[in-house]
Design a binder for this molecule. Structure first.
Ligand code: HEM
Length: 508
């Protein structure tokens, strides 16, 4: 009542002809009724997906501790397969069922084909002029076409076979040294060095391990920063906190360093054009088509950086989890190893062509990608206009996360969902090509990962060689049951405790 009196006084003071108190009171009452009605109409009109209770100002932020995809799965168990979260000024929808994922990534794909453009992405990825973060515009479509048809096409991936063979041979040599000394190998580090060296050679044509380390470290910093909490995105008025915490200066530093590195490599490529098509790296190809498809220098640098961000940690993570699951399940390790050694026979190394005959190895890789999706909540999509999904309203500019990790462990779809059972893929047509929505480690629809062939070729050849050349054991005293199978998230979900294994009984 005191408040109402105050409002009456305030309103009276705002108009030139003072209102008598009764008129002012009625005016305020009608305004309040109108607002209440409007609010009712609003919530009736917008039937948003269920939300956990939220707090003023921070919304649902306080409910998001722990590993994000596990927390989202727990919230979904309570509130349903599609939930709505409020984080500062952002609205986020989390999807945890294959049917709703299909609705978003297939039936209504075009409406969800934009990406979330965070401050980090805008600063470090050339204003989102790359592929991963670009909005679904004409320029994006031109870049996507060149990636799918040229850079990452099946035939281009095959043409890089000699690079994979050389780099895998180097990895085997290094492991042989650990083998003779019986010391554990850090599988996470080994896999990351392999995927990074491959990305450097295929994308930039660089071979020096020291130079490769430099770009590897810079791209890891970018991926860490892409996942960091940035106040500017949640509460624009608190953006100054990012300055105080040093986040802004980290953005600027890594952007400067990467740009200097890429500029130098681009200039070197321009000065010595590679004529032999089979030896061309991504950068040669991009420079060749630059004028025809109207690519800016920013687009080229953004695309090159995407190859590192999208292609190195994800692939390394997959290799690490395959080895971890095999180390935990000796019967599956033995079965895969026997298959690899039977197919290769008396030869001294695995030839890529033979991998097609390694059926069980392929099931092992699929089962690992099911249990340990390297990008567990996908790459965020954003709705471009109002739509309805599963009967709920989705307002424009809502960020949508598909909880791939939860979908791939959904007990309504998978028997014994948390168990590692490669045989489940035997005789099944379920594949990761984006058509089976219960198994979408690479996403689906217009923005599905364009690097599937590139990634699978690396994982298959790496695992086949690791199993062909060595037997593997957990370091002394470690029990398979005790292996830490929880994830740590940067751009991909690698193991929280990096996997260490001891190579034994060298085969070569
Ligand atoms: C095991 C390895 C990999 C996994 C699990 C993976 C997973 C994904 C996922 C889930 C998406 C989002 C798809 C969507 O929105 O529907 C994506 C996008 C993308 N990935 Fe991969 N990826 C892998 C390897 C690679 C490789 C090797 C490259 C390149 C060399 C790559 C480049 C990209 C790019 C450029 C995008 C953005 C595509 C777009 O927005 O149009 N990825 N990836």
């Amino acid at each position: 009542m005191v408040k109402l009196q105050f409002m009456v006084q305030w309103l009276s003071s705002q108009v030139e002809t003072p209102l008598n108190p009764i008129s002012a009171f009625l005016l305020i009452l009608f305004s309040l009724l109108f607002l209440i009605k409007l609010n009712g109409v609003w919530s009736k009109k917008f039937n948003l997906p269920p939300s956990p209770p939220k707090l003023p100002f921070i919304g649902n932020l306080h409910q998001l501790g722990g590993v994000a995809h596990r927390t989202f799965r727990d919230l979904s168990k309570k509130y349903g397969p599609i939930i709505f979260l409020h984080l500062g000024r952002s609205s986020i929808v989390i999807v945890s069922s294959p049917d709703i994922a299909r609705e978003i990534m297939k039936t209504q794909d075009i409406k969800f084909s934009n990406r979330l453009q965070t401050t980090a992405a805008k600063t470090m990825l050339y204003g989102c002029n790359d592929l991963v973060f670009a909005p679904y515009c004409e320029c994006y479509r031109r870049m996507r076409k060149i990636c799918v048809q040229e850079l990452l096409s099946v035939s281009r991936v095959q043409s890089f076979k000699y690079i994979r063979e050389e780099e895998v041979a180097l990895m085997i040599q290094k492991i042989s040294r650990s083998c003779s000394m019986q010391t554990p190998v850090n599988i996470a580090e080994m896999a990351l060095t392999l995927s990074n060296n491959l990305a450097c050679r295929c994308a930039l044509g660089t071979k020096s391990e020291d130079g490769n380390k430099e770009i590897s470290e810079m791209s890891r910093e970018v991926s860490r920063l892409l996942g960091a909490l940035c106040f500017e995105d949640l509460y624009p008025s608190l953006g100054w906190i990012d300055v105080l915490t040093g986040l802004r200066s980290r953005f600027r530093k890594v952007t400067r360093d990467i740009d200097t590195y890429l500029e130098q490599i681009i200039d070197e490529h321009i000065s010595k054009t590679q004529e032999d098509d089979s030896k061309q790296d991504f950068l040669d190809l991009l420079l060749r088509v630059q004028v025809d498809i109207n690519l800016t220098r920013e687009n080229i640098k953004g695309l090159l950086l995407d190859m590192f961000l999208g292609g190195t940690e994800t692939t390394a993570t997959a290799i690490e989890w395959v080895m971890a699951e095999l180390a935990r399940k000796p019967s599956a390790l033995k079965k895969t190893q026997e298959e690899v050694r039977r197919v290769v026979g008396l030869k001294s190394k695995v030839c890529e062509e033979e991998i097609d005959q390694m059926e069980y190895l392929k099931y092992v890789i699929k089962e690992t990608l099911r249990l340990h999706a390297p990008v567990p909540t996908g790459v965020p999509r954003v709705s471009d206009k109002h739509t309805t999904v599963n009967g709920y309203d989705i307002p424009p500019n809502t960020t949508v996360l598909i909880n791939i990790w939860a979908i791939q462990r959904d007990p309504d779809v998978w028997d014994n969902p948390d168990d590692f059972i490669p045989e489940r893929f035997s005789g099944s047509s379920t594949d990761f090509g984006g058509q089976d929505y219960e198994f979408i480690p690479f996403g689906s629809g217009r923005r599905i990962c364009p690097g599937i062939s590139f990634a699978v070729a690396i994982v298959e050849v790496a695992i086949a060689n690791l199993l062909f050349h060595f037997d593997w054991e957990l370091p002394g005293g470690t029990n398979a049951e005790e292996l830490d199978m929880i994830e740590e998230i940067s751009i991909s979900a690698n193991m929280r405790t990096p996997l260490q294994l001891v190579p034994k009984a060298c085969f070569s």
